[in-house]
Ligand binder design. Structure first.
Ligand SMILES: [Zn+2]
Ligand SMILES: [Zn+2]
Length: 350
């Protein structure tokens, strides 16, 4: 296979249009009445939206190559090392846990709702742990490293993250009775929506999607999730139905008075792909090396990022609490300031 053929196949594969090309070439559109046929049509929407997002950014003179280069290089790196690991992990977990399922569901609308709620629960568990267990944060932080939001950020993941996420999500869903057919269908919807919520300000300025912001998880919620502002960090872990964020009190709406700052809190070279990929692992290794005693070394691996053996923790929870406290104090002061003249006036009159 020559280089041009390889590149052609990569581009076709990326845009997911091989299914449509095949239909056009054979002049056979009968598969459009099947679920697989519909998936063939839906799959290219995200890559095409990405293209539109880039075109809009160029037209409005907001295009910066650095905003796309790092997530793009992570994507290329992953293409070389992780092609099939994730698919194998899903198949392995289905084979392992299907016989232990609590009960079996069928492919009906009510089981779809049940399946989706369970899927979101399993996604919440995986995503929450990815932020709260430092060794897992090492895998997930690559996705949070970009300092801008655009559809390419969707492809920026450490290569071991997908198998880890799929092991957790598939195992929980299969054990709670979601049958594999239903699971794959849910994974497809989740894949589409999970990609779409990464649309950046160049593609969609206000990500709230109107009234939908109150019902489901929108790009605006996911922008908040990617922010490093103390109020926004470690919130909105869900993907489409944000019920579990509301149940576990990790729900946070975008505030007009608090502009989102994308990225992670540690100092990093903003466009260095190796720093995005391995930076957190190196930081953890340094902390483990310097920590006194085996217990502390172990705790650095499992405690949330920002935990310190000295007790001077700088975790997201602490930062958020400090922010809210400061905000409440300054609000209190403002109220006091406003009410003071009212109290003072009678004194001055006499
Ligand atoms: Zn995350
Ligand atoms: Zn994301």
């Amino acid at each position: 296979m020559n280089i041009f053929e390889t590149l052609y196949n990569e581009v076709i594969g990326f845009f997911g249009i091989s299914g449509i090309i095949e239909m056009v070439q054979k002049n056979d559109y009968s598969s459009l009445t099947t679920l697989q046929g519909i998936q063939k049509i839906i799959y290219p929407i995200i890559p095409l939206l990405l293209l539109l997002e880039i075109i809009r950014a160029v037209v409005y003179k907001r295009f910066k190559i650095e905003d796309y280069s790092m997530p793009f290089l992570v994507f290329v790196l992953n293409r070389f090392i992780s092609r099939f690991i994730s698919i194998a992990a899903v198949a392995f977990c289905i084979g392992l846990f299907e016989k232990y399922a609590l009960f079996t569901t069928t492919f009906t609308w009510y089981w779809l709702i049940y399946g989706y709620i369970i899927w979101e629960f399993s996604h919440f568990i995986y995503h929450f742990l990815a932020h709260k267990v430092r060794i897992l944060w090492c895998l997930h932080s690559t996705h949070h490293a970009p300092q801008q939001m655009n559809l390419f950020v969707n492809f920026a993941h450490f290569f071991l993250e997908a198998p880890y996420a799929d092991v957790i999500r598939t195992s929980i869903c299969i054990l709670l009775g979601v049958n594999p057919g239903l699971l794959f269908f849910i994974m497809f919807i989740d894949g589409f929506w999970g990609s779409f919520i990464h649309i950046g300000e160049n593609g969609l300025k206000d990500g709230r999607l109107g009234f939908l912001n109150k019902l489901i998880l929108t790009p605006s919620h996911h922008r908040v999730h990617h922010a490093k502002n103390p109020l926004y960090m470690d919130t909105n872990f869900c993907n489409l139905l944000n019920i579990w964020d509301k149940v576990f009190k990790t729900y946070q709406e975008e505030r007009d008075d608090l502009k989102i700052e994308y990225g992670i809190t540690r100092q990093m070279s903003p466009h260095n792909v190796l720093d995005a990929y391995f930076g957190e692992i190196i930081c953890l290794a340094k902390d483990v090396y310097r920590a006194p005693g085996l217990k502390n070394k172990f705790l650095y691996c499992i405690m949330p990022p920002g935990w310190s053996h000295t007790g001077e923790h700088k975790t997201a929870k602490k930062e958020r609490e400090a922010f809210l406290e400061k905000e409440q104090t300054s609000r209190g002061e403002a109220v006091q300031y406003k009410t003071e003249p009212v109290r003072e006036t009678p004194k001055e009159l006499f």
